[in-house]
Write a protein that binds this ligand. Structure first.
Ligand SMILES: NC(=O)C1=CN([C@@H]2O[C@H](COP(=O)(O)OP(=O)(O)OC[C@H]3O[C@@H](n4cnc5c(N)ncnc54)[C@H](OP(=O)(O)O)[C@@H]3O)[C@@H](O)[C@H]2O)C=CC1
Ligand SMILES: Nc1nc(=O)c2c([nH]1)NC[C@@H]1CN(c3ccc(C(=O)N[C@@H](CCC(=O)O)C(=O)O)cc3)C=[N+]21
Length: 325
């Protein structure tokens, strides 16, 4: 048996076309969405992603700015940069790239985000709303994972809701921006969700869980962590991992996932490749969230003076203040 190889590029193309139409529509209202990224140090995956996002923003006509910080940036300076972007009216969405250098606390930087520009839902308020099933933004990577899954299930003639409700969804990795929100999205769909981490691996339990997965989502950054012997026949396996591997010539770098693709493909019903799976959807989703943020900012700009005129702003303000503004 050889699995269906899910084509993330095809889904990404469709999403990109729809997004371009949205950007053009906003332009008719004299509104241009803007994305800002913050990257500190020289992580290869972070810079690889930054380049993708930059290129796509330009293609779509979205304003783009990247704040490149040195690896030894002081935490207070990084926080000030995030604050500055929050106050910049050209910026509708902000992405803080990971990993951050050790002296910069991720939590401190996330708290410094304007919650209405926090398109990856990492500010405590947005992470909380997501966990409660009322997301303001769905973070791009887990959103892309479930977009792929939902689309594949529909295209193969199944009702995604019915499939999730009788599925074990096993999520390997539980970071705040990928694994944890993926767990939430699986729970929201009514699946039985099992969360595994590095302790599952070191205690020898990881593969007991992965073998029970109907849907396996792997986001660890450990190349080749899961191979055919660790999954059951007919699994649907989604590989989030992006791991740079230096080619034998010692120069060019290629990317591999967390699945040992060539073996998993022999047992799975469906599997995503790296490259060409989740990755190509993620950047489109990020810009889609940026456009959503810009649209909301526009409607707020229109509504605010009206509410002020009617002396109703107090009725409106709690929403903004509950967002921590
Ligand atoms: N395709 C895409 O669009 C994207 C890809 N990525 C890629 O996805 C991967 C994961 O990213 P991210 O979540 O940010 O990474 P993090 O390093 O923040 O988190 C990794 C998670 O994997 C767990 N883990 C590590 N080793 C093992 C192991 N041997 N067995 C089981 N679990 C393990 C860790 O467990 P513990 O918590 O116990 O330490 C942790 O929860 C990376 O390769 C990254 O580059 C990221 C974002 C987008
Ligand atoms: N806050 C934060 N959010 C992230 O989403 C995030 C991050 N930090 N830090 C770094 C990692 C890495 N990452 C990538 C996503 C897609 C590709 C990608 O699309 N790759 C192409 C491959 C292109 C090629 O082969 O060159 C693909 O998968 O098809 C690459 C890298 C996002 N990350």
């Amino acid at each position: 048996m050889s699995a269906h190889v899910l084509d993330g590029r095809r889904y990404a193309k469709e999403l990109r076309e729809a997004l371009l139409a949205d950007v053009r529509e906003l332009a008719e209202h004299a509104t241009r969405p803007g994305l800002a990224t913050v990257v500190a140090g020289d992580s290869y995956p972070a810079h690889a992603y930054e380049r993708r996002v930059r290129t796509l923003a330009r293609q779509l006509g979205i304003h783009y700015v990247c704040e490149e910080l040195p690896a030894d940036v002081a935490e207070a300076d990084a926080i000030a940069v995030v604050g500055k972007l929050g106050a910049d009216p050209r910026v509708s969405g902000i992405l803080i790239l990971r990993p951050l250098p050790p002296q910069v606390s991720e939590a401190a930087l996330y708290r410094a985000l304007d919650p209405l520009k926090d398109i990856e839902a990492v500010h405590p308020v947005n992470a909380g709303l997501l966990a409660l099933g009322r997301p303001r933004f769905v973070p791009s990577t887990p959103a892309s994972v479930f977009h792929l899954l939902d689309r594949y299930l529909v295209e193969s003639g199944r009702d995604p809701a019915a499939v999730y409700q009788r599925s074990n969804v096993v999520v390997v990795g539980r970071s705040a921006n990928v694994g944890k929100p993926a767990i939430t999205l699986g729970m929201e769909r009514g699946a039985t969700v099992i969360s595994c981490d590095a302790h599952s691996y070191s205690s020898g339990l990881l593969y007991e869980h992965t073998k029970r997965a109907d849907v396996l989502i792997v986001a660890t950054g450990v190349a080749g962590l899961i191979s055919a012997e660790h999954v059951k026949d007919g699994v649907i396996a989604i590989d989030v991992g992006i791991n740079p591997v230096v080619n034998p010539n010692g120069e060019t770098v290629r990317l591999v996932g967390d699945l040992d693709f060539s073996s998993v493909v022999t047992r799975a019903e469906a599997v995503t490749p790296v490259p060409g799976g989740v990755g190509p959807i993620t950047d489109v989703w990020l810009l889609r969230n940026t456009v959503t943020a810009a649209r909301r900012a526009l409607s707020m700009a229109i509504t605010r003076p009206l509410l002020e005129g009617l002396n109703l702003l107090t009725a409106y303000e709690p929403m903004a203040s509950s967002a921590g503004r």
